[in-house]
Ligand binder design. Structure first.
Ligand SMILES: Cc1cc2nc3c(=O)[nH]c(=O)nc-3n(C[C@H](O)[C@H](O)[C@H](O)COP(=O)(O)OP(=O)(O)OC[C@H]3O[C@@H](n4cnc5c(N)ncnc54)[C@H](O)[C@@H]3O)c2cc1C
Length: 452
């Protein structure tokens, strides 16, 4: 046992990392700028919590391993356990899918419920403390003999730490904090297919009012290019509610006003969701989210070093959420962190490099899945360096351009499918949240993705 670890950001990635660190440190302090709500409710630091969140089978398994009792509590709080292949009405590129028993039970619940249960389970872990309403503004380090973290900076002082973990999500300021220490931040790869969500919540009608033909528990409608550049889902969640999300691809952002949202539902490839919500009661405004680009910060090949500094979750690798990978990869990263801690020890100078490399090896397949599919959308945006590199290679999107500041990691589809089917190191084990490109990718993937 040794000293204190500070985790910056108490969302899924930070909570999972803190759970693991509690086995190695005398004290683990999770600092978040938000006040945590009582129970499952929205909070400002996690605006994506209003949108559909699919938990892949691997993520469910990892969360249960990190937080025994997680599944029981989710089900007790009203999460639905659903066999997607049997219980969802699913319109793919080739038409409506036949219903079949997959044997895979997926949990459907709100992101806010999931986070609140994980947070409560972490509170019960000895040596962990959650500090709210406290924004971290920087990292404090000693420079000699080597750069080493000493504390995190707060508005009113410093919080000493032997290990600091950045889990502040997609908008992480850690690159600026590193720059302030005189360290060049890690390179970035950004692949932006200009996707966006619009989401509205509904109270589902009483079962007695359900028309006889409503056998489904949820609905999934794929896009179909070029006529239908939006997908739609209806997910049942706890409390007799539905979350309905429209996902637009390649710059076809769904409308964020109520009338426009209803009209866009009716224009999906099937009006089935529009018909369903006619019987339901809207209980929220329409929420919009367009911060959905894939971004990989390459700490694994960061030429600088800062001992005692780690990063996890979206702050390292944020995916286009239509593939539903973020929570699962965050949970798996915590297990990789435990393996690295076992290997080199919690205060070893080798810890950051060991962990960052292990994490990146794991993330590579998830990154390939998301960006490989996104590359096929017209008008996706690349970082300038990558665009030049792709042009040099004749504009082939799946190439991995050379260059010091990043590559695409997008393998040929064969490798991608094998990696996902193998299941071992992929985050998948369940279908991506919203399939890409007229649904052609997802059915091929789905077969091997759903091992529980
Ligand atoms: C629209 C949308 C839909 C998504 N759908 C899915 C899905 O279907 N399935 C899935 O698995 N994932 C999905 N994701 C991704 C998922 O939400 C994240 O991967 C997951 O929440 C893990 O993120 P995180 O913990 O790294 O960061 P976040 O959840 O973004 O949390 C960051 C935390 O850091 C705190 N913070 C930030 N700055 C500071 C600071 N300076 N000081 C202190 N605290 C700070 C914030 O308050 C917040 O609590 C979706 C994302 C989006 C945007």
């Amino acid at each position: 046992m040794t000293q204190r670890a500070v985790v910056i950001g108490g969302s899924i990635a930070g909570l999972c990392a803190a759970r693991v660190l509690a086995d190695y440190f005398d004290r683990v302090t999770v600092v978040d700028r938000d006040a945590y709500p009582q129970g499952p409710a929205e909070r400002a630091g996690v605006p994506q919590g209003r949108h559909v969140h699919a938990l892949l089978a691997r993520g469910r398994r990892e969360l249960e391993r990190l937080f025994p009792g997680f599944e029981r509590q989710m089900l007790g709080a009203g999460a639905h356990e659903i066999d997607f292949a049997r219980d969802f009405a699913t319109l793919r590129g080739e038409g409506w899918m036949a219903r079949e028993e997959s044997g895979i039970a997926t949990l459907f619940a709100s992101r806010t419920l999931l986070e609140s249960i994980v947070r409560d389970l972490l509170r019960a872990v000895p040596r962990v403390e959650l500090v709210e309403r406290t924004a971290v503004t920087g990292v404090v380090a000693e420079r000699a003999p080597r750069a080493r973290v000493r504390a995190v900076r707060l508005a009113d002082g410093e919080l000493p730490a032997e290990l600091v973990v950045d889990a502040t999500g997609r908008g992480s300021q850690a690159p600026d904090w590193l720059q302030a220490l005189g360290l060049e931040p890690p390179a970035n790869t950004v692949v932006d297919s200009r996707s966006g969500y619009a989401t509205r919540w509904y109270r589902e009608p009483e079962p007695a009012r359900w028309p006889a033909e409503w056998w489904w528990k949820g609905i999934w409608v794929d896009p179909h290019e070029p006529e239908h550049m939006t997908a739609g889902v209806l997910f049942p969640v706890e409390g007799g509610r539905w979350i309905v999300t429209i996902a637009g691809i390649a710059g076809h952002y769904p409308p964020s006003d109520e009338a426009g949202f209803g009209a866009a539902l009716a224009r999906l490839r099937s009006p089935i969701i529009a018909h369903a919500v006619e019987l339901a009661e809207p209980i929220s405004p329409v929420y919009s989210n367009r911060a959905m680009a894939n971004r990989f910060r390459h700490y694994e090949r960061w030429p600088q070093r800062l001992d005692g500094f780690l990063a996890v979750g979206d702050s390292v690798c944020a995916f286009n959420p239509v593939y539903g990978q973020g929570m699962t990869t965050a949970a798996v990263a915590a297990t990789l962190l435990a393996e690295s801690l076992d290997r080199v020890g919690p205060t070893s100078p080798a810890l950051p490099r060991t962990f960052f490399r292990a994490q990146a090896r794991f993330l590579r397949d998830a990154w390939s899945l998301a960006t490989g599919a996104d590359f096929r959308f017209p008008g996706r945006r690349l970082q300038p360096l990558h665009r030049r590199a792709l042009q040099r290679r004749g504009g082939r999107c799946r190439a991995a351009p050379a260059g010091r500041r990043g590559d695409q990691h997008a393998p040929p589809p064969g490798r991608l499918l094998r990696a996902v089917r193998a299941g071992a190191r992929s985050p998948g084990d369940a279908r991506p949240c919203l399939p890409a490109r007229g649904g052609r990718a997802a059915p091929r993937l789905a077969g091997g993705l759903t091992r529980g």
